[in-house]
Design a protein around this ligand. Structure first.
Ligand code: FAD
Ligand code: EPU
Length: 340
């Protein structure tokens, strides 16, 4: 494994932040993990990087960046109704989705066009359009940095929640995910009730459903709604949608009749953070090269030369104003990488 010093991360993060890694290596094979400790860079600490689409770099990174490039997509078993596919953690998520759609393996089509890698998908249990990766995930294989050994977690052991998993909790910073195994359906179960998938399919003139049509519809909706990081730096939703007790939702609803809310089955209601942020007047806000996207208040953007610190500071101002007006504490989805 080649280790380079002082490497620019500009092309490795979708916010388009210029920052340097003190040490940088690409990880191509999982066996390379067994000798990590022998590398002098190991003492700086490790940061595992995938597609850089859920991080905000605010300064140079003093750690050793291990850029996950472990590839490979293979069918490992099948029965009459399911097929099991193992994908390397460094595979591009959307490429994996397109492979499944092409092969007719159903389950991930609603997750089309989410940026990033297969290995990062379980970290925050990526989700979109009524599906989360936990719905199709069978197993996560990782290298346990404490035990210096390869281990696997079943779906249940991953403790998935909304934008959450054990890899953001007890295993944070301790696991290098090397591959993920998915169980996909041979006979598709279509998920079309979320958002405007049905309207989009109608607009496309689709009368007979297929996973390819759903994937195409999701791609069209996402392309229209979310800024393309190649054109405007961003990391998708900057905050999670807050979940509040039903009573809190109902009392806010009395004050704000148009407040949207999606009842959950745990006595809580999910409120779209985009609505709260828009109500606080932030939608389309711009100062210099940083701001809040004009069509989606949940997305903070870099128009060119913004700094990560600017965007981090803006996120604090947004959180403060939402707290003050609605009494709701927003939680960031994007991980801010700060100097130690
Ligand atoms: P990175 O940003 O590189 O890393 C994220 C975190 O995971 C870091 O803590 C990193 O250390 C850790 N990590 C990465 N790989 C590994 C590994 N192999 N082992 C251990 N730790 C690892 N997310 C959604 O859920 N739904 C969406 O609809 C969605 N839409 C988006 C739209 C846009 C335009 C953008 C830019 C982002 C969007 N996201 C969405 C967020 C993002 O795509 C996901 O969080 C994605 O899974 C991040 O993958 P990544 O490889 O880029 O991770
Ligand atoms: N809304 C506003 N103003 C805005 C934006 C949204 O009022 O500027 C309100 C509207 O009521 C709208 C509702 O929020 O109907 C939901 O908006 P949208 O459908 O755009 O979805 P979201 O809640 O903003 C979530 C995920 C996305 C995911 C989409 C589709 C989170 C934090 N975000 O966004 O995931 O793609 O649903 O399923 O859960 C990501 O995690 O990075 C991400 C992009």
């Amino acid at each position: 494994m080649q280790t380079l010093a002082h490497v620019s991360l500009l092309s490795c993060n979708t916010f388009g932040m210029e920052a340097y890694a003190a040490h940088y290596s690409e990880l191509h094979r999982e066996e390379e993990l067994l000798s990590l400790k022998d590398n002098p860079a190991y003492s700086s600490g490790l940061f595992i990087l995938g597609g850089g689409s859920n991080i905000l770099l605010t300064a140079d990174v003093p750690q050793w960046i291990l850029h996950n490039k472990i590839g490979g997509i293979e069918r490992i078993k099948e029965d009459d109704s399911h097929v099991w596919i193992r994908a390397g953690a460094g595979e591009v998520w959307h490429r994996f989705v397109l492979y499944c759609v092409e092969q007719g393996y159903a389950g991930v089509e609603n997750l089309s066009l989410i940026p990033g890698t297969v290995g990062a998908a379980p970290i925050q249990n990526i989700g979109a359009y009524g599906v989360e990766v936990k719905d199709v995930l069978e197993q996560v294989r990782f290298f346990d940095l404490e035990q210096q050994a390869f281990r696997s977690f079943t779906q249940a052991e991953c403790r998935f929640g909304y934008r959450d998993s054990i890899f953001k909790g007890a295993m944070k910073g301790k696991a290098v995910i090397t591959s993920v195994t998915f169980r996909l359906d041979k006979v598709p179960v279509f998920h079309t009730s979320y958002g405007n998938i049905r309207q989009e399919l109608e607009a496309m003139g689709i009368t007979e459903l297929s996973i390819k049509h759903i994937s195409d519809a999701v791609i069209r909706i996402r392309s229209a709604k979310l800024p393309d990081p190649k054109k405007i730096g961003n990391a998708g939703s900057f905050f999670k949608n807050p979940e509040v007790p039903d009573a809190v939702y109902l009392s806010l609803k009395e004050q704000y009749a148009s407040l949207p809310g999606y009842p959950l089955d745990n006595g809580k209601t999910k409120i779209p953070a985009g609505w709260l942020i828009e109500q606080c007047g932030w939608k389309g806000y711009r100062e210099g090269d940083y701001g809040v996207h004009k069509d989606q208040a949940l997305v903070l953007v870099n128009y060119g030369k913004a700094s990560g610190a600017d965007i981090a500071a803006l996120s604090v101002r947004i959180m403060d104003s939402v707290k003050q007006r609605f009494g709701i504490q927003l939680e960031r989805e994007v991980q801010i990488i700060q100097p130690a």
